[in-house]
Design a protein around this ligand. Structure first.
Ligand SMILES: [Zn+2]
Ligand SMILES: [Zn+2]
Length: 133
């Protein structure tokens, strides 16, 4: 299946990754640079922002690589990124446990509201047709 690379926009044959082979190998290189950097004893616990500055890699890109599971987070517990919704640091997924819970509840109530309003719409449609009969 042809698809646009999520990183550079180039059209490529998509297999499993959302990025083209060029960008995928760039990802591997960057991930390796970060791993090599963290292998240094004194850098092992460096916060993300320092990794970003020292290696000149955008924090967002490092976060993306962490999400793509390029690193063994058991070995590098400092490789964490911010929850999309608050300041809590997390090492998997997009939201912290608390926000994920809130989001789930929110989704559930939205769904409930939706079925309710769908029903109301149906009824008003019915009324509309009935009134024209
Ligand atoms: Zn690409
Ligand atoms: Zn959160």
């Amino acid at each position: 299946m042809l698809s646009n690379c999520a990183a550079c926009g180039k059209v490529f044959m998509k297999f499993s990754k959302p990025v083209c082979p060029d960008c995928a190998s760039k990802e591997l290189d960057t991930a390796k640079r970060i791993r090599d950097y963290l292998k240094q004893k004194e850098k092992r616990n460096a916060p993300l922002i320092q990794v970003s500055q020292d290696l000149d890699i955008p924090v967002r890109y490092i976060e993306y690589l962490i999400r793509q599971k390029y690193f063994d987070l058991a070995r590098y517990p400092n490789l964490q990124y911010q929850c999309k919704n608050c300041d809590t640091l997390i090492s998997s997924g997009e939201y912290c446990a608390a926000c994920a819970e809130t989001l789930r509840n929110h989704l559930l109530s939205v769904q409930k509201d939706k079925t309710k309003s769908d029903k109301q719409n149906d009824e008003s449609h019915e009324n509309f047709y009935r009134s024209r009969l």
